[in-house]
Ligand binder design. Structure first.
Ligand SMILES: [Zn+2]
Length: 550
C-alpha cells in the first residue's frame, strides 16, 4: 500500500495563520542539498521551501535568511538531499507483475517448492490462478518431472501453472489441466510434448509448444489484478528512490490502470508514457499528446517503436555479420519505409518518438531517418533512441545533430559485456555503450534501467556509469573505461536530463524554484562516494510534490 503522508503529519507545526488559508509554506532545512542547475552545473544548497501545491518557491544557501510566514519546518538532520531519481526506460506493469508472481528459482527441493506454493496460495486468496516460475527438477535432484498430483496436495481449489526456469516447460495441477480440457486423448502438438505416465495419462508437465495447450486458458489479468500490480510497481520504484519514469510500451490496459490510480489519488510516481504502437497512441491520445494530468503525474508523450531485437538472441541488426554466427546480421523489425512512415505519423501530430535500436545497423538507420525527417518536422522534437548499445564509431558524432537523446541503461553494460565480446570482434566495440562519446559529440544522455530486465536501482546505475564495473568491482579498472561519465553527468542523466528527455523539464527533475518538490533524503553524497559506496546508499525518505511517500 502506498503511503501518502501529508507534510503536516511528519513535521512540527511552527505557526498556523488562520486568516491566510492559502499559502502553507514548508521549509526543509539543515540538509546537504544537491541539484543539477539550469546550465548543467551542480548547485548546492542548505534548505528549500515549497508551497501547498508541492512546488518549490525558494532554495536557500547556507547563511541565507529564512523566509517569514512559514507554516511548517522539517529538520533534515544534515542528510543529503537529492532530486527524486528519474528512470528514463522502464516497463511499469511488468515490474509489478514480476513482483507478484511466485518465484521458485531459489528452491532446493520439491518439498521446499511445494511449501512455498502452498504459502503463496494462502497469502493470495483472491487470485483465480496461482502463477509462478523458476522451478528446476534438476536443482532439486528429483530425477524426474514433478506431477499434477503433487500440486493438488497443496493447492486443490484453484488452477496452478508454473513455468520452468528455462521457459521451455510448464507444470500444472489437475484443475489447470481440467480447465484446458486436457485428457489422455489430447495429442502432442507439433514441436511439443505432454509428459505422460505408463497409461498415457498426462502427469502435469508440458514441454515446449505443448505448454500453450494450458497456457492459453490462463485468464488475462483483471482490472483489480492490474491495480495490485501497479501498486506493487510503485512501491518497488519508491524503494529505489525513483520518483518518475518513462514507461516504454504503454498498452491501452496499462493506461487505464494509470488513470484509475490517478482518479483515486493512488498515482504516486510520475509517468511519461510511450505507446506500444501508433494505433494505441491514436486510440488513447487522439490527435495530440495529452495534457499533464494529476498535478504533473501522467502524460502520454508519444510512441515506442522497435527497429531491431537484442544482442543476446542475435536479433540486433549489425552492419557486418555476428562474429559468433557469420550467417546472420540480425533481424530488422521495420523496413526503412515503415520506420519513416511511423515516425512521421507521430511527428505530424506533435508526438515524440522513442525508437528501440541496439545494433550498429539499427542505430545508423535511426540516425538516417531522424536526419531526413528533421527537414519536414523542425522544432523541438527530442527524438529518442532507446538503448543505443552498439554504435559504429563513424556514426557517434551524428548523435550531436538534431537534438537526439540517447536513452541508455548503464546496468546493461555490466550484464552484457561478455556477451557483447562474443557477438562482436574487438574492433567493433569502439562505440559499445559509448556514453562519454555520445555526450562529447553533443548528444543528450538520459539514463534508465529497463526494469524489470534489470533492477530499477539508479544508485547502482550511477555506480556503473562512473566506473564501468559491476557489483563485485569487476573488471578491475572498468570495461572500456574511456566511456565512463563524471558523477555530475551521471546524476544529470538520472534526474534533469531524464526529465528533459520526456518534455518534463521545468516541472520536475531539478530542485529549483518553480519545479515540483520531488526529493530524497539519503545518507551519502553520490558526488563524493566511491562506486561501491554509492551502491550502498540508504534512502531515508522519498518526497513527491511536497508529500512524503516513503
Ligand atoms: Zn525496455
Amino acid at each position: 500500500m502506498t503511503r501518502y503522508l501529508y507534510a503536516a503529519a511528519a513535521t512540527a507545526l511552527i505557526a498556523c495563520t488562520i486568516s491566510f488559508p492559502a499559502a502553507a509554506d514548508t521549509l526543509v532545512h539543515n540538509v546537504d542539498g544537491i541539484t543539477v542547475g539550469e546550465d548543467g552545473d551542480i548547485e548546492r544548497f542548505d534548505a528549500l521551501v515549497f508551497d501547498d501545491e508541492g512546488r518549490i518557491t525558494q532554495v536557500l544557501e547556507r547563511g541565507e535568511d529564512r523566509p517569514d510566514g512559514l507554516d511548517y519546518a522539517i529538520d533534515g538532520k544534515g542528510q543529503v538531499m537529492l532530486p527524486g531519481m528519474i528512470d528514463a526506460h522502464v516497463h511499469v506493469m511488468d515490474i509489478g507483475f514480476a513482483a507478484l508472481t511466485l518465484d521458485l528459482s531459489d528452491t532446493q527441493s520439491l518439498e521446499e517448492a511445494l511449501e512455498r506454493i502452498a504459502q503463496f496460495a494462502q497469502d493470495n486468496p483472491g487470485r483465480p490462478w496461482i502463477l509462478g516460475r523458476g522451478w528446476n527438477q534438476e536443482t532439486w535432484g528429483l530425477g524426474r518431472f514433478p506431477t499434477a498430483a503433487e500440486l493438488d496436495a497443496v493447492v486443490p481449489d484453484r488452477p496452478v501453472w508454473l513455468e520452468r526456469a528455462d521457459n521451455h516447460a510448464n507444470w500444472g495441477n489437475s484443475l489447470a489441466l481440467e480447465q484446458a480440457g486436457i485428457t489422455a486423448d489430447t495429442p502432442d502438438p507439433e514441436g511439443g510434448r505432454i509428459i505422460r505416465d505408463a497409461n498415457g495419462d498426462p502427469t502435469g508437465v508440458f514441454v515446449d509448444n505443448a505448454s500453450a495447450l494450458v497456457g492459453d486458458f490462463v485468464p488475462e489479468p483483471r482490472p483489480e489484478d492490474r491495480d495490485a500490480a501497479f501498486a506493487k510497481a510503485q512501491e518497488r520504484l519508491l524503494d529505489y528512490g525513483v520518483t518518475a519514469v518513462a514507461d516504454m510500451g504503454t498498452t491501452i490496459a496499462d493506461w487505464h490502470t494509470f488513470r484509475r490510480a490517478g482518479d483515486k489519488g493512488r498515482l504516486t510516481v510520475r509517468i511519461m508514457a510511450y505507446a506500444d504502437s501508433p494505433e494505441t497512441l491514436e486510440t488513447i491520445a487522439g490527435p495530440s499528446p495529452t495534457p499533464w494530468l494529476y498535478e504533473d503525474r501522467l502524460r502520454f508523450n508519444g510512441v515506442k517503436l522497435y527497429l531491431d531485437g537484442a544482442l543476446g538472441s542475435r536479433g540486433a541488426t549489425l552492419k557486418e555479420p555476428y562474429a559468433d554466427a557469420p550467417d546472420t546480421t540480425g533481424l530488422a523489425l521495420l523496413t526503412p519505409a515503415q520506420l519513416r512512415n511511423r515516425m512521421s505519423r507521430a511527428a505530424m501530430s506533435g508526438f515524440q518518438t522513442a525508437i528501440h535500436a541496439i545494433g550498429d545497423a539499427a542505430n545508423a538507420e535511426v540516425l538516417n531517418a531522424v536526419e531526413e525527417l528533421s527537414e519536414s518536422y523542425s522544432g523541438d522534437r527530442r527524438w529518442r533512441v532507446e538503448h543505443a548499445q552498439i554504435v559504429d564509431v563513424a556514426d557517434l558524432p551524428r548523435f550531436g545533430d538534431h537534438g537526439i537523446i540517447a536513452s541508455m541503461q548503464p546496468l546493461h553494460q555490466t550484464s552484457d559485456r561478455s556477451m557483447a565480446e562474443a557477438r562482436l570482434e574487438e574492433d567493433r566495440l569502439g562505440g559499445a555503450y559509448a556514453w562519454r562519446s555520445i555526450l562529447e559529440a553533443g548528444g543528450r544522455l538520459a539514463f534508465g534501467s529497463d526494469a524489470p530486465v534489470e533492477p530499477a536501482d539508479p544508485f547502482a546505475g550511477i555506480a556503473v556509469a562512473i566506473s564501468r564495473t559491476d557489483a563485485e568491482g569487476e573488471p578491475f579498472g572498468g570495461w572500456r573505461p574511456q566511456e565512463t561519465v563524471s558523477r555530475e553527468q551521471a546524476l544529470d542523466a538520472f534526474t534533469a536530463a531524464a526529465a528533459y528527455a520526456g518534455f518534463a523539464d521545468g516541472r520536475f527533475g531539478r530542485l529549483v524554484p518553480g519545479e515540483r518538490a520531488d526529493f530524497l533524503l539519503v545518507d551519502r553524497d553520490p558526488l563524493l562516494a566511491s562506486p561501491q559506496d554509492i551502491r550502498a546508499t540508504d534512502i531515508g525518505q522519498v518526497w513527491i510534490g511536497g508529500r512524503r511517500v516513503r
